[in-house]
Design a protein around this ligand. Structure first.
Ligand code: COA
Length: 264
């Protein structure tokens, strides 16, 4: 039985999930990967969960893959490494596929897989002092498992620069390339996260889930290729209970039923 490396706090429809291995700057090994994957499976099945705020305990968000774990893996053969890498890839896929909204709260540093975790968040708010980096090539490896999630965020040009050099970059640069959405002074990080949480709680949960599903299906496609898909998606949402409630509320000049009391 591994130590618990995740701390969860639930406030209504919002879960505050914290990576809790501060002694090694929330680096993740096979235990953290297992726990995050199990957590994501439970979260995906929880219709009452609408927003997750992912943060790191201690000085930084996450220093990425645990160097000791990687060194241990390097003593195993290629087959064991393949299985291990597939478990890590499954964790990123599970987090990326969550139907609820995921907000990253990044302070200190998000390096290697820590920047990869940012890429599977829907929204990332970063302290202006935070540093980012796809530092893997500096360690003789490469950002492979996170690349399917990072590339759609930062694009090919920035990936060629940042994956190849492994250089660290600022929160401002992370925002310029699309990895981060808002950069704020560290003492206002929680307030900036709260702003996004409020916005998300005023949006329809099934609308959020459908939008998350739609975006990767449409991205890079010709409009005519996805015309049927986009029409079917909006038709389904219009006749759904939330599609109908949203319009009724708008026309009736009241808040829709999914907006928490007190947030209206
Ligand atoms: N894996 C395992 N341990 C790590 C780690 C990692 N990825 N990153 C940091 N640690 C450990 C350090 O070895 C150190 O352990 P010690 O106290 O036993 O010496 C402890 O965490 C604190 O690290 P330190 O560098 O002193 O903390 P810091 O707050 O000054 O800096 C970072 C934090 C994240 C900026 C810095 O630790 C760092 O750059 N780490 C490397 C991150 C990286 O390149 N990750 C890519 C992995 S592919």
């Amino acid at each position: 039985m591994s130590e618990p490396y995740l701390t969860g706090r639930r406030e209504g429809a919002v879960e505050y999930l914290t990576l809790n291995r501060p002694d090694v700057r929330n680096a993740f090994n096979e235990d953290v990967i297992g726990q995050l994957t199990e957590w994501a499976a439970r979260a995906a099945d929880d219709p009452t969960l609408r927003v997750v705020v992912l943060a790191g305990a201690g000085k930084v968000f996450s220093a990425g893959a645990d160097a000791e774990w990687m060194a241990r893996m390097a003593t195993y053969g290629e087959r064991e490494n393949l299985e291990d890498a597939q478990r890590a890839a499954a964790m990123f896929r599970a987090l990326n596929a969550l139907p609820c909204a995921v907000v990253g709260r990044v302070h200190g540093a998000a390096l290697g897989g820590g920047s990869g975790l940012c890429a599977v968040c829907d929204i990332v708010v970063a302290a202006e002092t935070a540093v980012f980096g796809f530092t893997e090539t500096k360690l003789g490896i490469l950002p492979a498992m996170i690349s399917p999630f990072v590339l759609p965020k930062i694009g090919v040009s920035a990936a060629r620069e940042l994956f190849l050099t492994g250089m660290r970059f600022s929160a401002q640069r992370a925002r310029d390339i699309g990895l981060v959405h808002r950069v704020v002074p560290e003492d206002t990080l929680d307030a900036a996260v709260d702003d996004y949480v409020r916005e998300l709680l005023s949006a329809a949960p099934t609308g959020i889930a459908a939008a998350k599903q739609l975006i990767p299906q449409v991205w890079g496609q010709r409009p005519e290729t996805v015309a049927d898909l986009t029409a079917a998606t909006i038709a389904r949402q219009r006749v759904s209970p939330e599609g109908q409630e949203g319009l009724r509320a708008f026309l009736g000049k009241r808040a829709p039923g999914w907006v928490p009391k007190g947030a209206q």
